[in-house]
Write a protein that binds this ligand. Structure first.
Ligand code: HEM
Length: 355
């Protein structure tokens, strides 16, 4: 199924690349919002298809951003989970409006796609044709087989979009920031891109198989700046964490992905520095595999891992082959604000130059 999404990844990466032309020759700028919009387009198109008959892009990003703000508020100040109290917060009305817009938009797509399915349209088998078989059509097939309700289709589509937008846009932004700070690694990546894909053609899965340095640069940014900084679990049995410390069965606990991935015990004395060589085959073979877990591990790990890796790789290849990114900011000086996803107190600005 994911191979069918490559055309969407490529198209949106091309559009992002065009949008960046406006920044060439300008002072260093905050590019996070244009990365977020691009990843939002990819998430909505892979989930629901391109657009309704208006031909316009969907712009649900502001609505999801309001909902995520409310979610963080309700996690950090749980009393706002009580509707009666939340009503007095200034996010209440915007959230209500945002939820209505999201529901209305997704339900409109459900109707359009259901009609197409009933007319036997859009059922192309992507394995052979490589055409995108969007999520909503797959979920609607389950609805036709009475395995899903329409509300299930809504919830599944919504979950995919929420899971995809902040994480992938943070990851692409942070990878480009790390490469902008370390232009020597950016040039090494550029050389790999030009060796494997000398012409600006559609990027395929096969191309990506021959680009180990691309994977190394992305992994290293996911290590130092993991978009999701922690995960939570419940102990299925008692276990020991230190000589004198035990976690009892049934306890709920948090695992800091951020701290494990910067721990000198696993990553050596230069654990805080960006160096894609940390992911050379030799170094990976010598390290505890659980020291790197940006998508978490186990049965509840990220379901969008491969989707995200492909989207990030296609986007990075398209951008680095056309532009050189630089920055005056330093990774070591960034003030990180842990939220549901990673945020910076001041977003590092990036300068864009045509190659
Ligand atoms: C660089 C991008 C991404 C990162 C770093 C990331 C990371 C994570 C992490 C750490 C978790 C928690 C898993 C756990 O607690 O064990 C998670 C869960 C999840 N992710 Fe992602 N994710 C990314 C992209 C995506 C994308 C693109 C999608 C959808 C296509 C997605 C959908 C989900 C969903 C639905 C869950 C919940 C899984 C469950 O609870 O069973 N993620 N992700």
């Amino acid at each position: 199924m994911l191979l069918g999404f490559f055309s969407i990844y490529n198209k949106n990466a091309n559009e992002l690349s065009e949008a960046l032309e406006n920044y060439v020759g300008e002072d260093a700028s905050d590019l996070s919002i244009i990365f977020a919009r691009s990843m939002m387009d990819t998430a909505t198109e892979t989930t629901m298809g391109k657009s309704l008959d208006t031909g316009h892009k969907l712009d649900l990003l502001p609505q999801y951003q309001i909902c995520l703000k409310a979610l963080i508020l309700q996690m950090t100040r749980p009393w706002f989970q009580i509707d009666f109290l939340f009503k007095f917060h200034n996010l209440y009305e915007p959230v209500k409006r945002a939820v209505l817009i999201i529901r209305k938009t997704i339900y409109t797509f459900i109707e359009v796609n259901l009609k197409e399915l009933e007319n036997n349209e859009g059922l192309e088998n992507n394995e052979e044709s490589q055409k995108p078989m969007i999520f909503i059509k797959q979920a609607l097939k389950l609805f036709q087989e009475n395995k899903f309700t329409l509300e299930d289709v809504f919830n599944e589509s919504n979950t995919i979009i929420v899971g995809a937008i902040e994480t992938t846009s943070t990851a692409i932004h942070n990878t480009i920031f790390c490469l902008a700070e370390h232009t020597e690694f950016q040039e090494k990546l550029f050389a790999e891109i030009m060796a494997v894909i000398p012409d600006d053609v559609e990027i395929t899965y096969k191309h990506l198989l021959n680009m180990p340095y691309l994977t190394m640069t992305i992994n290293e940014s996911l290590r130092l700046l993991p978009p999701i900084m922690f995960t939570t679990r419940e102990a299925s049995d008692i276990f020991q964490i230190k000589d004198d410390s035990w976690v009892p069965k049934g306890a709920q606990f948090m695992i800091s992905i951020y701290h494990i991935q910067r721990n000198k015990k696993y990553w050596g004395p230069k654990a805080e520095e960006y160096d894609p060589d940390n992911f050379s085959d030799e170094n990976v073979a010598q390290r505890n595999p659980n020291a790197f877990l940006p998508f978490s591990k186990g049965v509840r790990n990220c379901i969008g891992m491969r989707y995200a890796q492909f989207a990030l790789k296609v986007t990075l290849v398209k951008l680095i082959r056309k532009y050189k990114f630089t920055t005056d900011h330093k990774l070591k000086n960034l003030v990180i604000i842990p939220n549901i996803t990673m945020h910076f107190k001041d977003i590092p600005k990036l300068k864009v130059t045509l190659r």
